[in-house]
Design a protein around this ligand. Structure first.
Ligand SMILES: Cc1cc2nc3c(=O)[nH]c(=O)nc-3n(C[C@H](O)[C@H](O)[C@H](O)COP(=O)(O)O)c2cc1C
Ligand code: SF4
Ligand code: SF4
Length: 284
């Protein structure tokens, strides 16, 4: 049998999605695929993507930000040429809900000409744990990675040109209204709570600016552009000198956040990774 060339293409600000992508990539290789791992988190990686044309199947992974995939990643998907290629999608989410993210990726990839053949969701530690939150600090764990490996095995079967298994996602209630709401408000020029703050002098190495997914960070001033910053906290996570922190208001907001969304320890404990494989499975 001919070796299938696959790529696992992921966006990951704090390495949660990356760890799931690595588990999927490792399993694809173990099962004989010629798999590539492609990190499209930095802005520059998306302006010059590898030639996806040469792959027999692609896996796209991203975290959930406010019920949707990161805007910069979602804006990039429609620029790809799907040319009828099969793909699979997965999201990681911080224990609240994956929201509309899988369905949104499904729509964008179909519009780009891909055939979405499978999806999955993985709970992972919340980005805002960097501000002292405590959402799923130990996830993804070995069970999640086991599901990621099962997902990879099934993706490989679904990428086979002869595979006829049906797959589609049903549009979740409220999706259209949420999309309209996302498009309507103009970007705010005010600093928001989840934007990074530089708290001490640094060597000005420039990493935060070079790696910023949204080209929002200015390393010289240590400030992000409020109109561009997607609050992913990648810069806080990677700064080698710990010079970037979260805003003082974000940490103390945690109890109110739990209350607002009715999130309890018990609910968090029961969050499970899930493969969505059949047309009657739902994405939200
Ligand atoms: C701006 C922002 C918004 C988020 N919104 C959600 C959300 O709507 N639901 C949720 O469960 N987690 C949410 N999260 C948590 C992330 O989805 C989660 O921590 C993810 O696994 C991070 O992946 P990464 O390390 O690959 O970036 C949000 C995180 C950020 C930074
Ligand atoms: S990554 Fe950290 S040390 Fe480097 S320029 Fe940015 S804030 Fe300064
Ligand atoms: S400046 Fe904003 S968008 Fe850029 S890495 Fe930092 S948090 Fe993310």
């Amino acid at each position: 049998m001919k070796t299938m060339k696959t790529a696992v293409v992921y966006f990951s600000a704090t390495n949660v999605t990356r760890s799931c992508a690595e588990a999927i990539h490792g399993e694809l290789i173990r099962r004989g695929a010629d798999s590539a791992l492609v990190d499209v988190t930095p802005f520059s990686a998306r302006s010059d993507p590898p030639p996806f044309r040469e792959y027999g199947g692609l896996v796209f992974g991203a975290p959930v930000y406010g019920d949707f995939p990161p805007s910069v990643f979602a804006d990039w998907l429609p620029t790809l040429a799907g040319e009828g290629k099969p793909c699979a999608t997965f999201v990681t989410y911080g224990g609240r809900t994956p929201g509309y993210a899988l369905y949104h990726m499904y729509e964008l990839l179909r519009e780009a000409g891909f055939r979405v053949r499978l999806s999955a969701e993985f709970p992972g530690r919340h980005t805002f744990n960097l501000a002292g939150w405590n959402m799923l600090p130990d996830r993804p764990d070995e069970r999640d990675f086991e599901t990621a490996r099962e997902f990879a095995a099934l993706a490989l079967r679904r990428f086979d040109p002869g595979n006829r298994d049906a797959f589609s996602l049903q549009k979740p209630f409220g999706y259209d209204a949420s999309i309209r709401m996302r498009r309507e408000p103009p970007p705010s020029a005010e600093r928001r709570w989840a934007q990074p703050v530089r708290v001490k002098e640094c060597s000005l190495c420039g990493l935060c600016e070079a790696e910023c997914p949204a080209r929002a960070m200015d390393a010289q001033s240590g400030e992000s552009d409020p109109a561009k910053c997607i609050e992913c906290l990648h810069c806080v996570y990677i700064c080698p000198e710990g010079a970037l922190r979260t805003d003082d208001r974000l940490g103390p907001f945690y109890p109110e956040f739990l209350k607002e969304f009715g999130i309890t320890e018990d609910i968090l404990r029961h969050k499970q990774s899930r493969i969505i494989a059949a047309p009657w499975d739902t994405a939200a």
